[in-house]
Every structure is written in C-alpha cells, then in structure tokens.
Design a protein. Sequence first.
Length: 558
Amino acid sequence: MTAAVHGVNHAINGVTEKVNGIHISNEQELDALVVGAGFGGVWQLKRLRDEGYNVKLVESGTDYGGVWYWNRYPGARVDSAIPHYEFSDPLLYKEWSWKQRFPDSSELRAYFTYAAKKWDLRKDTLFNTYVESATWDEQESKWTVKTKDGPTLKAKFLLLNTGFAAKRYTPDWPGIESFKGTWVHPSFWPHDEPDLMGKKVAVIGTGSTGVQLATDLAKVAGHLTVFQRTPNLALPMRQVDYTNGDQEIPRPEYQSLFDHRKDSFSGFSFNFVPKSTWDDTPEQRQEFYQSLWDKGDFQYWLATYYDMLFTPEANKEAYNFWRDKTRARVKNDKLKDILAPMEQPHAFGCKRISLENKYFEIFNQPNVSLVDMKTNPIESVTETGIRTCDGTVHEFDIVICATGYDAITGGLTSIDIRGTTDQTLKETWKDGTATNLGMSVSGFPNMFFTYGPQAPTALCNGPTCAEIQGDWIVDVVNHMKVKDLKKVEVEIESQKAWAENIWKLANMSLLPSTKSWYMGDNIPGKPREPLIYLGGVPTYYKTLEDCAKEGYSGFKLS
Ligand SMILES: Cc1cc2nc3c(=O)[nH]c(=O)nc-3n(C[C@H](O)[C@H](O)[C@H](O)COP(=O)(O)OP(=O)(O)OC[C@H]3O[C@@H](n4cnc5c(N)ncnc54)[C@H](O)[C@@H]3O)c2cc1C
C-alpha cells in the first residue's frame, strides 16, 4: 500500500517503496537519523557515511540549504564573509568559486547543490519529510521517529540539526486575516518572485532580514514603509565582487584559515584585541575604530577592544562612534533620532548586529518612510493596511512581516520528543532551557542537536559550529561503537553545572541588560534566559575536547 504526499510515494506497513527516488522501508532501522539539510545536517550525513554508518537525512523542504533554502526574499544574503562561511573539505573548496565576499541566498543554494553532488548526498536524503515526533524505546535503546504523512524510522542516534530559525514568529495583531493584499513572512518567500515594482510595500521589523529587504525594496517599491521597533545598529558590509574569479584570500591559505576558525571567539579568523577601550588615547581609539569600520564584515563588533561587550562605558564609546557615523548618513533630523538616537538605545552588539549596504541612505529617498513603533505601535491590521495607535491607516499591497523566529529553541520544541519519561522536550524546558554542552539533554539519551541553546550558536559563524559540534557528535558515535555501548545519557549534575556556567558568563557581559531573541525576549511567555554560550568558540572547543578525553565526563555510558 502506498500513499502520495507532495508527489512522493512512501511505505506503510513495512513495504519498501521509493521516497524522493530513494528506497526506504517503514520502520527502517538506522544507526543514525539526521534531521535538517542545512550546514549542520549535511556535515553530519557526510561524516557519518564516511565512517560507514547506515544513516539517512530527512528535511521538510524540497532541497538542501537550510535557512538559505527558505530565505529567498529580495536582498537575502549571508553576513559571514567567505571563505569562513563554507565547509572546510578541500574536495569542495578547491574547485568552488564565489561571486561575492558575502554571497546571496541563491548563490548559497547553488553551493549546497554542488556540495550534495560532490559528496553524493541525495541517495540518502528524504526531502518533503517533516519530523513530527520522536520517542525513545528503552528496551531497544532506539528512537522511533514519525514523519508527517511519511515513513516511520528507527535509529540508534537522533541528530537534530533543525537550526535556530525553524519556527517563524508573527505577532497576533488583530485583523491579520482580514487583510486583502499579500501578507508574507520572509522565510516563506514565494518561489515565483512577486512583482513589487511600483507597489505599496510594508516591511515590519528591522532585524537583519528587515534591513536587507528594505534596502532592496526601496529600489523598486512605489512606496516603502519601514516599521521599526528597535534601531538596528547595523554596520557597513563592504561587499566585494569577485568578477575576475579571484577570491580575496588565496586558495592555499584556506586550510589554515579553516583550522583556525576554532581559535576565534566567534568562529571567524579575527578576535577581540587584548586591549581595553581605555588603554588607547582618544585619538588612537578613533583611529582603531575607523580601521575596523573600513574593513567591514563583523570586525567593528567582534574584533574590537575585549571589554566592549562587558563594560557599559566601553560599550557606550563603541555606540557613540557608530551613532555619529550613522547620523551623518541620514538627512532628516527626526529620522536621525529614530535610526541612530543620541541616547544609546541598548548595549551595542547585544542584539544581532547586521551588515548593511547603504541601508541608512534609503531614508533620504522620497519613496521611503519610517514608522517608529516605540512611540506609535501597530494597533491592528485592516482590509487595506495597518492601523497605528495614532489612528493612521497605512495602505499596502503587500506586507512583509520580518518579525523573526521563536529562535534557537522553537524548532526543537515543535517536535513531540519523548525520552525516558513521558515528558516532552517542550514540557521539560517549560520553565527554562537545560542542556549539557548545548548539545544534549538529561532524559533524552542518544539525542544530540547543533546550533541550539546554550552553545555559541548565533554568536558563532554557522559552518564553524556545524563542523565543531558535528565532529564531536561523530566522535561520540564512534566511541559507542568501539566500546560496544548502547546508550549515552547526560548526568543531571553536569547539566546543572552547564546551566550555571551559561548564566555566569552571561552575567559577566551586558547581554542580560538588553531585550533580544538571544535572551528569549521576542516571544511572549518565553522564559527570559541567555540562550547563547558566551565563553567564545575556543573555550567551548576545549571543553568539548576535555569531555571526550575524559571518556565523555558528564555523560553516563552503558
Ligand atoms: C535570515 C538568516 C540569516 C543568517 N545569516 C547568518 C550569517 O550571516 N552568518 C552566520 O553564521 N549565520 C547566519 N544565520 C544562521 C544560520 O542559521 C547558520 O549560519 C546555519 O545556516 C545553520 O545551519 P543549520 O544546519 O544549523 O540550520 P538551518 O540552516 O536552519 O537548517 C535547518 C533545517 O532543518 C529543517 N527542519 C527543521 N525542523 C525540521 C523537522 N521537524 N523536520 C524536518 N526538517 C526540519 C529546516 O527545514 C531547515 O532546512 C542566518 C540565519 C537566518 C535565518
């Protein structure tokens, strides 16, 4: 018996059928099931297969790329410069050439297609396959994983690479369903590009996505209205086109660069300088800030004085430089005060810093206006547009709701995961997240995740995290095989110690002083807690290494 879902046939009751062109039997038993086809999942599928395991990858989308599969909105591009933002395998990087220093979403998708071909991944990948639930079977020491309208799979290891952005968030403004125009979350951007030329367009939200969208749409929209709740302290990107095929960093230097990503606080090849803001004279400081500013990338954020994220005065100094630079780019005094206020709105760098390409200049255009949601919030959505609290109805053909995600934990808690008790992961984390090493949870044996809570995650370059965490997970799997073990489980005491460490590090920084998704603030009812490990990649890497050397201390192996 077969059933067709999204044009895909799958097996029911144990009959082997073809899913996405690959043979899969219901309740097929695997060494590992990898969920998610972004950097994390793809790296693990490749590594585990190289080690000879029987492994499959399932992905709810129809192709590789993870966030770059979903995010096709105008202007979507990565803020991590290449070659940092790619896999470290010479088989890939020796032949792949990028067109730009910060590639756009379509180029990143092309890169994933190339990687999938080189690594021959498709034969072990099931697309259109959303994991709904996973249940631990204590007798068998295996996970039973159910997919929506698809096969059920059994695996010794459940490896979740569901990313930080799998659960979209739209505020529940009254009347959204009554809007007669197009309402879209940018990560569900239609594959058939809508024609926005001359249209009345709203972009709600000025996170990284909002900034990128607004910059691009200001060029085509008849009128663009940007709704800003919080100023984005965005930095100049300094894009470079590699039109002649020459990449900025020569290929022979790549391997060393990849090897040293783990030595950088944020997984790139730069670090905070071992100098306080006040070690320099005011003139030296201006010169140093300017040099970082000119380099573009995240350097003004993550290659600056070491005390910038930790002391309010140092942070304010960094803000003031940013503010003066930015205000000089905006002509209208009122808009200057909304976009780059004289008074620092929040700690610099404690919300995700975005990179921009002439974003602030769009507000000098006659077809662009800005609504300050701090003083004039959205009250409701009408048939024709958005009503703000001052009573104005702003009319739109299309509203792009760039309001982000239930970030970092939402993708994991959306799956009904039950471990050694009947309590789901969502219930387990109801009052706060608890993990060991930001990769595993007590009561959920043989389950690991990457780019999740209590790890460097959003403060770390994506591929760096994917490889560091993925390699560590593969080592655990190998260790279990060599020692003929069935079950690896977090000890509750090590989990408690890790949570304390997360808070301790966060409290040393300015992070808790700022409302952001790093602290769970953007989702009503979400516990307020640091979702990110602030010790930096080198310390995190060493902690993982030590844990492995000590025979996986903090874990019970049986
Ligand atoms: C708009 C945007 C811009 C970003 N820019 C940067 C940047 O500049 N630099 C940087 O380092 N990082 C950036 N990131 C972070 C980015 O998430 C990482 O760089 C990297 O892509 C993480 O890879 P991943 O494999 O962990 O997750 P993802 O790329 O998010 O992939 C996860 C995949 O899992 C799938 N999935 C989720 N749940 C299920 C389920 N239940 N069943 C089946 N499949 C599922 C999803 O469909 C998705 O394809 C950005 C993220 C976003 C959203």
